[in-house]
Design a protein around this ligand. Sequence first.
Ligand code: CA
Length: 399
Amino acid sequence: MLSFRRFAPVLLVSLAFLIPPGLASANAGQNAGASAAAAGSANGALHSQRVCAAVPVGYAACDARVVTDANLTPRATTTWGNRGYSPDQLRTAYGLSAGNTLTVAIVDAYASPNAAADLAAYRAQFGLGTAKLTQVSQSGGKISSIRGNVGWGQEEMLDLEMISAICPDCPILYVGARSASFADLATAVDTAARLGAKVISNSYGGGEFSTEAGIASHYNHPGVAITVSSGDSGYGVQIPAAFNTVTAVGGTSLTLSTDGTRAAETVWGGAGSGCSAYIGKPSWQHDTACSNRTVADVAAVADPYTGVAVYDSYGSRLGANWYVFGGTSVAAPIIGAVYALSGNTAGIPASFAYAAPTGSLFDVSSGSNGSCTFAYLCTGVSGYDGPTGNGTPNGTGAF
Ligand SMILES: [Ca+2]
């Protein structure tokens, strides 16, 4: 009896891996439905776990979530096995093909010592060719001066791999901050711009505070598209997504048709949205419920239960290096790479989605990330809404 009790949970977890490859999309669809039922609770009945610890004001946490078993142990496998969307699936869903190849920077705290090797393994699995990867510290020095951190290291791999998935030929610059303080992360963003990146993707955030405008200036680089995850805690706003010179990227649940095109895309219950407490409204935003900056501008897939494949060996055991990740940390680099494909980063690129050609964005119009006084701030509605902004990519025309 004792041995049965000990083995039963293991059996259940093992069975969960026996989903036939052909059912991966159908499985994602089922999961999306269940996730919608648990809207507003990123820790709902289905299981995923944040990979970065919560932090005090003035610091950031990464916005990545890993799919886990019922005990919140990450579900890791030794092969991809069609678990989590592949580069081909993401590009097909969003109508993307080869395009421009602007240099994309990723800014995160800390660094994974296995980053180059793990990125090579991911790209080999999906036939993406050799990465053009450069890694530097927040001051532009050696990446070896930046210490490792498993949670942030997984965030780094998610970011590097999403850029690779959407724009395989884009050079990638990784800039590692020496801590998760906004002071250090902001320095890393300035360094990324100084070193010539035309896109800077940021998949992290922290609570707003009254003197945050002092940080905001570091996220203002005209001529560079700066994408930022909107957060994974449902309705509510965090920085740097709240800064009005960045493209705030919300999150969706994405399901695919049998031909690989988008079957449905709805608001992910964990996506952040709402009105900034301190940052003024940019001239291109015209929604009426926020007198200040409204989050978000656009969106992409973020629901862990319709999540993406990620390869990471730094946080894994026994060679089980394939994971499924979600969080708006997935969405920010996807949108960053779409800007790189478009080749257009003039001025403040966050404004582009507000003047997008007809049909160049998919208008998400269902789902919710919480409750709010003005419905569009926390609900997918026709036209602009908080959780998904102006919508998700249909090609690169809106970017
Ligand atoms: Ca909408």
